[in-house]
Design a protein around this ligand. Structure first.
Ligand code: 4NP
Length: 157
């Protein structure tokens, strides 16, 4: 069986989805699981940029360096390359469903879902966009994506 592959998608790919990527990378390593992991944004305004400095600082608080991550926009191939695509909020999920390729040869094969649906008791909730917020909001983002990352890994064990 091929290695599981997971893409996290938010709006800008500089705050929430890079933290989700970092959290799952850490949980996968801790569990000894090989998972192909990436993140992207539905918007391309920050493409090529490193994560927001507050996201870099939050990851660093947990011993993880994400300063080399670079933002990118979701691509059509992502819908066939990844087994699961997790949207960080409901708008991201709506946007993903709208842009998912639906042609005969290019139909999306990825399972699209809301990230927090993986966490019992948190179904249907968003990882709130911390971009306009404070360091505390980024700490909340980390709490959300790390509980989701643990839930993803625990379902794979
Ligand atoms: P993210 O946060 O979607 O978690 O990366 C945002 C980053 C940038 C913007 C909005 C949200 N923006 O409007 O530029």
């Amino acid at each position: 069986m091929s290695q599981p592959s997971i893409l996290f998608v938010c709006l800008g790919n500089i705050c929430r989805s890079p933290l989700a990527e970092a959290a799952l990378r850490a949980e996968a390593i801790a569990a000894g699981l090989a998972i192909s992991i990436d993140s992207a944004g539905t918007g391309g305004w920050h493409a090529g940029n490193p994560p927001d400095p507050r996201a870099i600082a939050e990851a660093e608080r947990h011993g993880i360096d994400i300063s080399h991550y670079r933002a990118r926009k979701v691509r059509r191939e992502d819908f066939q390359r990844f087994g699961n695509i997790y949207a960080l909020d409901q708008q991201n999920l709506r946007d993903l469903k709208r842009i998912a390729p639906n042609g005969l040869l290019t139909r999306s094969t990825a399972r699209l879902s809301l990230l927090m649906d993986m966490v019992p008791g948190r179904e249907g909730t968003a990882v709130i966009d911390p971009y306009g917020g404070t360091a505390d909001d980024f700490a909340q983002t980390w709490a959300d994506v790390s509980v989701a990352a643990r839930a993803i890994v625990s379902r794979m064990l």
